[in-house]
Design a protein around this ligand. Structure first.
Ligand SMILES: [Zn+2]
Length: 255
């Protein structure tokens, strides 16, 4: 049984029902529904309500939302959304200087606000980081994101072993997506072989980033089996063990 730790629910209820049936048939027992903007937060809430046995909930504001309103205002919205429901994590949030270099400072402020809220709530945080390695580490360090009680995941990790080790040192788990299966992802596969077993997670990042040989299609949780198979091959392990280990890690982190 797989645990897909990063799913954005953005389709209709009927579409989601079919997707959930395919996930069950593929052995995907648990998912984390992840927000990131008003629409994705609403989609995550709807999925968690419709499938309470299988779907846990994370809410947050991603880098594209940085600067839309002040970080405090974003946090007030999250407090309102969380008042009547049980969250498993805060996110996604984080930094992307590939697509949005112009809002770097606002992204750092919004990311830091999420870290403080996750610390206050004693919840793990879901971190996106792309072409922003130094800034990611410095925001984590400025908010003293290190040590006991602080938890989270660098989702859809694409970095090298050195960056992985920096994140591991700051108590984050590392989650691998379908990018692991891409032909030119040798550096990433080296990172996947390197991460200690108790910090490994898998995800699809549905609806994005379908794995090989399904690239170009809309991604969905059923395809997380491909990520697990690739991770097993890279680590010289069995798929069953990778499924079990990543599921246990996800349950420890998200419940
Ligand atoms: Zn995402």
């Amino acid at each position: 049984m797989y645990y897909d730790t990063h799913v954005h629910f953005s389709g209709s209820a009927a579409d989601t029902a079919l997707m959930m049936a395919r996930a069950a048939a593929a052995g995907v027992g648990r998912m984390l529904a992840v927000g990131g903007n008003p629409e994705l937060n609403a989609g995550a809430v709807a999925a968690a309500l419709a499938y309470p046995e299988r779907v846990r909930l994370a809410l947050g504001f991603d880098r594209d939302q940085a600067g839309a309103v002040a970080p405090d205002e974003h946090m007030e919205i999250l407090r309102g959304l969380a008042a009547s429901r049980e969250l498993a994590a805060v996110g996604e949030t984080g930094l992307d200087f590939h697509y949005r270099p112009e809002s770097a400072a606002a992204q750092c402020d919004l990311f830091a606000a999420h870290l403080r809220l996750a610390d206050e709530w004693r919840l793990p945080v879901i971190v996106h980081t792309r072409e922003a390695e130094a800034a990611t580490l410095s925001v984590l360090d400025e908010t003293a994101w290190r040590g006991e009680g602080l938890r989270g995941v660098a989702h859809c990790f694409t970095g090298d072993k050195k960056f992985a080790s920096e994140l591991l040192e700051r108590s984050l788990a590392i989650s691998f997506s379908g990018i692991l299966t891409f032909r030119n992802a040798e550096v990433l596969r080296a990172s996947a072989a390197y991460v200690p077993e108790d910090r490994l997670l898998i995800e699809t990042d549905t609806p994005f980033l379908a794995p090989v040989p399904l690239r170009g299609r809309r991604n969905e949780p059923a395809f997380v089996a491909r990520v697990a198979a690739c991770l097993a091959e890279v680590r010289g392990d069995t798929v069953d063990r990778i499924a079990a280990v990543t599921r246990e890690n996800a349950e420890r982190l998200f419940g």
